[in-house]
Design a protein around this ligand. Structure first.
Ligand code: 9WO
Length: 253
């Protein structure tokens, strides 16, 4: 897929996409990432991209004209249609479900604001979708854009190696949290690896992992657990785990 990022710091995006799965996806031709700097499309000796807000107040607002010129160049560079997505705390919270939909697009354009944001008239006229990566304020949209680039790239066919694909189960499968993972040594002062994982009983291991996922989701992110949607087998697993945990507490001296 092709992703164009409009940003005053194009190097930032390139750096964040250079390593690991995303870097390799670029080498494999699965991701084509292009950075566009509105400064390069600004007019005059000073190449202004921002000005003071009407109505007063602190900070600066990104100007319409440099952004329009940049967007025109972005659209001219490739005929494929692409939604323009603005990263901001006012956007719709990003979910793995939306990531999956975005990952299926041939192309998208990400707009990163700086300062106090972008002139509302440009947003109203050109932006197709506003996305938030969480309820906090950053100093710009670049980290949000990097998050989207990463999340959609690892879903491209061939981006993950076999060993990495299994990891996808965590959130990808059914919206449950991941189970705990253990490696060598099996015995350590920090604790022992759960016996079931060393048993070689693959059915018991799968059952234990499922149960851990259910229990952790119940404990840490109950908002993700639509218990009505749990399969009867899952509900039984969770109830068993909760009863065992309750027994544990009651049996404490
Ligand atoms: C600045 C500010 C100052 C005082 C009170 C509220 C305020 N909000 C902002 C603000 O939203 N600044 C933005 C900085 C303008 C657009 C780019 N910036 C940004 C994007 N910060 N945080 C994001 C972001 C993007 C996606 N998901 C979460 C946060």
């Amino acid at each position: 897929m092709r992703i164009d990022v409009i940003t005053l710091f194009p190097d930032f995006l390139a750096q964040s996409a250079a390593l690991g799965v995303v870097g390799r996806a670029q080498e494999r031709g699965l991701l084509e990432l292009h950075g566009w700097n509105p400064r390069d499309y600004a007019q005059g000796n000073y190449r202004r991209v921002d000005d003071r807000p009407f109505g007063g107040g602190p900070g600066m607002v990104m100007l319409i004209e440099p952004l329009q010129a940049t967007l025109q160049a972005v659209r001219a560079a490739d005929p494929q249609p692409a939604p323009l997505i603005y990263l901001s705390p006012q956007g719709r919270p990003l979910t793995q479900a939306r990531v999956r939909e975005l990952a299926a697009l041939p192309r998208m354009v990400l707009l990163c604001g700086r300062y106090e944001g972008v002139d509302e008239r440009f947003l109203a006229a050109e932006v197709d979708e506003e996305i938030s990566i969480g309820d906090y304020v950053l100093s710009g949209g670049e980290l949000g854009a990097a998050v989207i680039v990463d999340a959609v790239t690892r879903l491209q066919e061939g981006a993950l190696n076999d060993a990495e694909s299994a990891v996808q189960d965590s959130f990808e499968g059914d919206g449950l949290l991941d189970c705990p993972h253990f490696s060598q040594p099996s015995s350590h002062v920090l604790g022992d690896v759960p016996e079931v994982l060393r048993s070689g009983n693959h059915a018991a291991i799968a059952r234990w992992r499922r149960q851990q996922s259910l229990l952790r989701t119940w404990l840490r992110r109950p908002d993700l657990l639509d218990r009505a949607a749990l399969a009867p087998a899952d509900r039984t697993l969770l109830e068993q785990a909760l009863r065992a945990a309750a027994d544990d507490i009651v049996s404490q001296p």
